[in-house]
Design a protein around this ligand. Structure first.
Ligand SMILES: Nc1ncnc2c1ncn2[C@@H]1O[C@H](COP(=O)(O)OP(=O)(O)OP(=O)(O)O)[C@@H](O)[C@H]1O
Ligand SMILES: O=c1ccn([C@@H]2O[C@H](COP(=O)(O)O)[C@@H](O)[C@H]2O)c(=O)[nH]1
Length: 232
């Protein structure tokens, strides 16, 4: 069983697939899945994307770097929305970020993060990497290494890594296991090359799984071979 986890969630986990904004049913499902994890005493860090609000590359007529700043701010909005929702459901949550100065957001400080985990808080790392031209996959890889996670779990809309995008190709084939090198060399677009490279360099295992299948997250944490496992 993994005890210390960095969970990367697609922004669409908050809105429902291919939708924008926030959906009450989606949030309730998410809170229930997280509650199960917290109940098991797992130290949980989270990085959430912002696909339900803004993706820099989708903002037409906006300068690239500014579009990315808007995207990163979207991840802060999601983090605060989630913190408020989680706390109403009894999940103690703290949001940390280096890109905003708000009373509801704390700065990232390694010693404090350990204290939050020991006190049973879920820690949401908001604001991506703090730099434009990256994505929250790379932020998740960085935070996983920084928090010394046992594993990075990418919970998304597909049930693992395929040889091509399964949303576009019906004949795509799933990998149960794959190496970092193969994921990078085959150009599999489930995660950025930067994210795979950081995980490879620091030997951070990755699990990619379907978040929309009930208890999948907890089952993966209990190490039951869910999704695709990326390893050296
Ligand atoms: N080789 C592949 N294997 C599996 N999925 C793939 C692959 N290539 C592309 N994808 C796509 O990657 C998507 C998952 O990416 P991710 O969870 O990061 O979504 P996102 O839309 O980028 O996140 P966000 O909503 O936060 O912007 C899947 O929905 C799938 O369609
Ligand atoms: O380090 C980062 C992380 C994110 N961004 C911008 O935010 C959006 C939303 O993130 P997703 O990973 O796509 O959900 C992304 O499209 C970038 O525009 C960033 O600039 N730097």
């Amino acid at each position: 069983m993994y005890k210390r986890i960095l969970l990367k969630l697609s922004g669409e986990v908050l809105s429902g697939e291919d939708k924008k904004g926030f959906d009450e049913n989606a949030l309730e499902y998410l809170a229930n899945e997280i509650k199960e994890v917290v109940k098991n005493g797992i130290k949980l860090g989270m990085v959430i994307g912002a696909g339900n609000l803004f993706r820099g590359r989708e903002l037409q007529n906006v300068t690239n770097s500014i579009g990315d700043h808007i995207g990163m701010l979207g991840t802060v909005i999601n983090a605060l929305y989630l913190k408020d929702y989680f706390e109403k459901k009894g999940i103690k949550t703290v949001v940390v970020s280096q890109i905003v100065n708000l009373p509801s957001v704390r700065i990232i400080h390694y010693d404090d993060i350990e204290l939050y985990f020991n006190a049973g808080y879920v820690v949401i790392f908001a604001g991506g990497t703090s730099n434009p031209f990256f994505t929250t996959d790379t932020a998740a890889a960085l935070r996983a290494v920084e928090m010394k996670a046992d594993v990075l779990i990418k919970a998304t809309k597909v049930d693992g890594i395929y040889d091509k995008d399964p949303k576009k190709f019906k004949n795509a084939k799933k990998y149960d296991k794959i190496t970092y090198d193969d994921a990078i060399n085959l150009g599999l677009k489930i995660m950025d090359t930067e994210a795979f490279s950081i995980c490879k360099r620091y030997k951070m295992p990755i699990i990619v799984l379907n978040f929309f299948k009930k208890r999948n997250l907890l089952n993966a944490i209990l190490d039951s071979g869910i999704g695709t496992f990326v390893k050296p």
